[in-house]
Design a binder for this molecule. Structure first.
Ligand code: TTP
Ligand code: MG
Length: 357
């Protein structure tokens, strides 16, 4: 049976600040960035749950946060420290499974399918992961456990903060159906408005909408994807970047953008660099992965497996296809990457190896 966990640290940057100054736990605190701009108090990256009670949220200007809560304490971000803590957390996670896909500084999918053979075992394995993280790092986290990535993510969101939740296959549709559409993974503000214009307010309503109608209104790929998600269906695999040797290139964009056309030449360029390196070592590749990092520092990795190839046109075509299909047009993109894995030596090389043995 397939069992996936989604681990997400609770109020991560703010929790890291509480870790080094425990007295902050009693206060309402927010971690801010961009404080250097003149006249600005910065933008809130995250805040602790005391501050959330006042309606303070990520992405809010700090001045608005202060209007909502006069006692709000603003702390300038210290990425280096958060990255160190993140590293500690994922070292622990990787000791529980080699199939880990880290999707942001504080979030990872963990495939534990080959560690457990029942839901009960899955829940206690996840509990063990959660307790080990908390006891070793003293940082709070939540874990969702379910049968695919989407359901694990939805379970984790429901469990937050400091929670652990299992959603079994047979509970998935019922669990999703009552949620407002905005809670469904993949539904941003614009999509929510489009769905509401179609009179779809809950995930249950979305799940029972005609698939073709959704594809007509939202575009084929998004319509189909959201229809599947609403029905608890997600066949994507946990993509392990660290498992096998791979060759990759990433680039931070000169300016964050929501325009795909700006990014396509960069994907072509990165693909070219990747192929050049692969050719030097006479590698063929089988798996192509595109990484999209948004300006909120979340990462999305999407992969496709093909027959072994070392062809630049194959790589460019598929990388662009993946990018166009999965780019979230609602969030400015900050960085893009192209990676090949599933590497093998070309037959010429293999032959030589055999001869030398
Ligand atoms: P999240 O996991 O989205 O948020 P969180 O960990 O602060 O809170 P929780 O998971 O309990 O809801 O993001 C992880 C970190 O990424 C967060 O601590 C700060 C940073 N971040 C931003 O810088 N900007 C953003 O808009 C968001 C959402 C997060
Ligand atoms: Mg988090």
């Amino acid at each position: 049976m397939k069992i996936i966990c989604l681990l997400d640290m609770d109020y991560f940057f703010a929790a890291c600040e509480e870790l080094r100054k425990p007295e902050l736990k009693e206060k309402s605190i927010a971690v801010v960035t961009d404080t250097s701009r003149e006249g600005s108090k910065g933008v809130i990256m995250t805040c602790n749950y005391n501050a959330r009670k006042f309606g303070i949220r990520s992405g809010m200007p700090a001045s608005i946060g202060l209007n909502l809560c006069k006692e709000l304490l603003l702390i300038k971000e210290d990425f280096k420290f958060y990255e160190e803590k993140s590293h500690e957390v994922f070292e622990i996670v990787r000791s529980f499974s080699s199939k880990v896909e880290q999707v942001s500084v504080d979030e990872a999918y963990i495939d534990i399918s080959d560690k457990v053979s029942s839901y009960e075992e899955a829940l206690s394995y996840a509990k063990h992961i959660k307790e080990t993280i908390t006891s070793k790092t003293k940082l709070p986290c939540s874990i969702g456990v379910s049968v695919n990535k989407l359901m694990a993510k939805m379970a984790c969101d429901a469990a937050k903060p400091n929670g652990l939740k299992l959603v079994k296959q047979e509970e998935a549709k019922e669990f999703l159906s009552k949620l407002p559409v905005s809670k469904l993974y993949g539904v941003g503000e614009k999509t929510k408005e489009r769905l509401e214009a179609m009179n779809i307010k809950t995930v249950g309503e979305l799940a029972s909408t005609n698939k073709m109608l959704l594809m007509e209104h939202l575009g084929n790929s998004m319509g189909l994807e959201l229809y599947n998600y609403a029905n608890g269906i997600d066949e994507s695999e946990v993509i392990t970047e660290y498992e096998t040797k791979s060759i990759g290139r990433e680039r931070t964009l000169k300016k964050d953008t929501t325009n795909e056309e700006d990014v396509i030449p960069i994907i072509k360029e990165l693909s070219k660099e990747v192929i050049e390196e692969a050719k030097k070592e006479e590698y063929l590749f089988k798996i192509i992965t595109v990484k999209m990092r948004y300006n909120d520092f979340s990462d999305h990795l999407k992969s496709k497996t093909i027959k072994p190839s070392n062809n630049i046109e194959d790589l460019q075509k598929i990388a662009i296809e993946l990018f166009k299909r999965y780019i979230n047009k609602e969030k400015p993109l900050r960085k893009v990457g192209v990676r090949i894995s599933g590497l093998s030596k070309s037959t010429k090389q293999k032959g030589l190896g055999m001869f030398m043995r």
